[in-house]
Design a protein around this ligand. Structure first.
Ligand SMILES: [Fe+2]
Ligand SMILES: [Fe+2]
Length: 303
């Protein structure tokens, strides 16, 4: 892949940005439940014309809760993945050591940030929203794969956070400013993670055999399939959370329609935005061009 990413420049950018959790949430920095949390491109609730605009807002916020929980969850396995990778190379290039440790520190901070937002959501939303888990089991499953397989899945996740912000949030004036600030600050640091993880993927792939590369792409597929099973379960939870929050019974056809819309929105949010991301695909192509073709063939199912 043609790029000019380096550990030194990623570290410099990261040190310039370096926000604190308390800068983003707490005190008078509260969620405003009269506003949507998620951009419509990801939430995809407006097509449900049998809902009032207030009900669409409720479903949008439930998708916001799911987003907080999902990123809290995936960062639980990204953190040990980065630490394990860094531990193996704690000498040599000083910029690399510091950039990787900074990457890990930022993911630990993001886990904390998403938890704080989730607590704030739960205090203000008024009814319970369920989320898949337990996180430990999901982390164990993902980390049971080879470092290259995991690094490709993580690269997918890093790129989607950038896309969510740039395409749906940055120029969106309707969203709750507090939720928007979360997505902006996450994006600011994830911008370095995409570069660092590209460097990690390329470095691990450069010493891998053809078989190991084939295995890594199979593992990327298996991790994606596993996440999709979680997405299908979470779709049911989101619909249940809506019924609980509104006290409204849905007819069978309304429930089916809502389930289909939430499933499509979630698949696009967490899978499609990565499987069609040009930079992700370019890195894949650099390792194995046929893998890119396979991902591109699968992608429409999740778009
Ligand atoms: Fe993060
Ligand atoms: Fe990240």
């Amino acid at each position: 892949m043609q790029h000019n990413y380096s550990y030194q420049s990623a570290l410099a950018a990261s040190e310039r940005i370096a926000w604190k959790v308390d800068d983003i949430i707490g005190g008078d920095k509260r969620l405003d439940f009269s506003k949507p949390f998620m951009p419509e491109s990801l939430a995809q609730v407006k097509q449900l014309s049998f809902l009032t605009s207030e009900e669409q807002l409720t479903l949008n916020q439930i998708r916001g809760h799911e987003y907080l929980s999902m990123f809290g969850l995936v960062e639980e396995f990204i953190l040990p993945y980065v630490v394990n990778h860094a531990r193996a190379q704690l000498s040599g290039d000083d910029y690399r050591v510091r950039a990787l440790l900074q990457f890990a520190g930022e993911e630990a901070k993001h886990i904390h940030l998403f938890k704080r937002f989730r607590q704030e959501f739960e205090d203000g939303f008024g009814s319970k929203c369920d989320f898949i888990g337990p996180a430990e089991d999901i982390k164990r499953f993902v980390l049971s794969h080879s470092p290259l397989g995991v690094s490709i899945a993580v690269l997918h996740i890093e790129w989607i956070t950038l896309r969510h912000y740039i395409e749906g949030v940055r120029d969106n004036q309707n969203l709750d400013p507090q939720f928007k600030s979360l997505l902006k600050n996450h994006w600011l640091e994830e911008s370095q993670h995409t570069k660092l993880d590209t460097l990690i993927v390329e470095s691990v792939a450069s010493t891998a055999s053809e078989d190991e590369i084939d295995q890594a792409f199979q593992e990327y597929g298996a991790i994606g399939e596993f996440l999709d099973q979680g997405i299908q379960q979470q779709t049911q939870f989101d619909v249940e959370s809506f019924v609980r929050a509104n006290g409204r019974q849905l007819s069978k056809s309304q429930r089916d329609e809502m389930t289909a819309a939430v499933l499509k929105g979630m698949r696009w949010t967490y899978l499609g935005t990565g499987m069609t991301h040009p930079n992700f695909l370019e890195t894949v192509q650099g390792i194995k061009p046929e893998a890119r073709q396979q991902i591109e063939q699968m992608a429409p199912m999740f778009c």
